[in-house]
Design a protein around this ligand. Structure first.
Ligand SMILES: [Fe+2]
Ligand SMILES: [Fe+2]
Length: 391
């Protein structure tokens, strides 16, 4: 903010709106590639400026993909057929989770998030001091915000899985996709039930998450939906689920996340198999470069912008600036761990599908992300291995 005196004279609501607009302008300005900007720009306006996800109960979005019928029902993708079989065997029923567990979000013995997760004492640097009870309820708000975003993301995953099932050209992929639609429906069910019956609270969709969901829903190219959902958002989700699974002291949430992680590991595996096949055989150099740039920009958006502004608006608008909040959240130990886990998963997957070319590698290097490039991609990592790593 150029003129802090003038800024402080503005009413709090106007200050917060102004900061939102500046923030949106900064996001759009940070996307350097014009084709990526064209793809994300309209969604950025709808999500960040117009806040379409926060205007009422529902948001219609127009889809533009083609459904692909194949009257020969070919079975030519053995890796996808194997995933389909595994998915059928791995189905579980959300009703079987221990829903009779009593959950007290402020119970210090079984905290939703441990004390160190957000390190609230650092708010003292900005002149804000919280009582013990306020600190515990801020942590609860943070956990509820994360779970609410998981739920909104799962709704997007449900629709994206359904669209990709129609649009994909691998028949074994369509059969596999049907299981993913069921999985995502179950994830919506269990996250919604947890929020509704245990936490009695639902945060609105985060504007930045809305931007990406909006862009994926409206993009008619199935592989972009796939890249965005199966690789980027599912990568983000696996990072967040993994950290929460490792850190939470609440047994019902832990059991729920364990089941969801096993499904998501399969989804990312499918994303890697399908895109590797498609990007190896069916893409011009120019189209590949567009995907490389898009993936890099979206990775940065996910890293830099998933920052609980809805919690800020509720707790600290008028007491902290958005910039102070950003520095607080970015330095929170739990959030750092989440970014670490997310990129450890995401970057090897991008390499595996051919989007970590020598042309873009220096950008990953400059963003501090290239150190993950040698890791195992999702097709080599089992859900059991992933969970063991998270113990
Ligand atoms: Fe899911
Ligand atoms: Fe998923």
């Amino acid at each position: 903010m150029q003129n802090p005196k003038l800024y402080n004279l503005l009413p709090v609501r106007m200050r917060s709106a102004l900061e939102r607009w500046l923030d949106a302008a900064a996001m759009l300005a940070s996307v350097r590639d014009p084709r990526v900007l064209r793809a994300l720009g309209p969604s950025g306006v709808r999500g960040l400026l117009l806040q379409r996800g926060k205007q009422g109960g529902a948001t219609p979005m127009r889809a533009h993909h083609d459904a692909w019928f194949d009257w020969h029902y070919p079975s030519d993708q053995p890796a996808m057929a194997a995933l389909y079989r595994r998915a059928k065997e791995g189905q579980w029923d959300g009703d079987d989770l221990p829903w009779d567990t009593s959950v007290d979000p402020l119970d210090p013995e079984r905290p939703l998030l441990p004390r160190g997760f957000i390190a609230a004492e650092r708010l003292g640097d900005f002149g804000v001091r919280l009582t013990e009870r306020e600190e515990a309820s801020l942590r609860c708000a943070f956990a509820t915000w994360m779970l609410s975003q998981f739920l909104h993301g799962e709704q997007g995953a449900l629709f994206a899985a359904a669209q990709v099932t129609e649009a994909v050209q691998f028949f074994d992929g369509k059969l596999y996709g049907a299981t993913q639609v069921m999985d995502e429906g179950r994830h919506v069910e269990v996250f919604n039930r947890y929020l509704d019956t245990k936490l009695n609270r639902l945060y609105q969709v985060n504007d930045n998450l809305f931007v990406i969901l909006d862009a994926l829903m409206q993009d008619g190219r199935w592989d972009m939906k796939f890249l965005g959902m199966q690789i980027m958002i599912e990568g983000l989700a696996l990072g967040a689920f993994g950290v929460l699974y490792r850190r939470t002291g609440e047994p019902l949430l832990k059991a729920l996340l364990k089941n969801v992680i096993q499904d998501e590991a399969r989804h990312v595996h499918y994303g890697v198999v399908a895109l590797r096949e498609h990007y190896t055989h069916g893409l011009s150099a120019r189209d590949r470069e567009e995907r490389e740039d898009w993936a890099f920009e979206v990775a940065l958006l996910l890293r830099n912008r998933f920052l609980a502004f809805e919690v800020y608006d509720e707790w600290f608008a008028g007491r902290l600036s958005r910039a102070q909040w950003v520095s607080f959240v970015q330095a929170a130990p739990g959030m750092q761990e989440f970014r670490e886990v997310m990129f450890r998963r995401l970057v090897p997957n991008l390499r595996e599908i051919g989007l970590l070319s020598p042309r873009v590698a220096p950008r990953y290097e400059a963003a501090g992300l290239f150190r993950y490039a040698d890791g195992l991609a999702a097709d080599r990592l089992t859900a059991e291995g992933m969970l063991t790593e998270l113990q």
